[in-house]
Design a binder for this molecule. Sequence first.
Ligand SMILES: [Fe+2]
Ligand SMILES: [Fe+2]
Length: 137
Amino acid sequence: MAENFLKWDPNLYGVNIATMDAEHKQLVEYMNQLHTNVENKASKAILQKSLTDLFNYTLKHFKDEEELFKKIPNYSFKNAHVKIHEDLIAKLKTYAATFEKTGTFPPDFFVFLKVWLTAHIAGIDMKYSNALYNKAA
Ligand SMILES: [Fe+2]
Ligand SMILES: [Fe+2]
């Protein structure tokens, strides 16, 4: 079996909030599933299903995260974070539209997913965790 595209590492990506860590892990699984299906040259229908799974789970996760922000009153980066989520969704929609038209993903699509994990989850999401635990955000 091929090595997973993205490897979940709690030491690198964990935000020390069980619900969010579980959701991030699931998100990475959907990213890996899509990558595996592309590698295996799966049918357009299967790829579409993987993309929809990732997209829907992203919407759910961002909504859950933004609900959590309401419980962290000292999280000053809140509005900027919501804006970053909106931008990620917009980018994902652009890739989805390209896929719809061409049946393929541009080469930078998987770079985008990787950056999402390494920069957003490990970087931006860590900010609300720090605010929750009253560390410098
Ligand atoms: Fe997140
Ligand atoms: Fe986030």
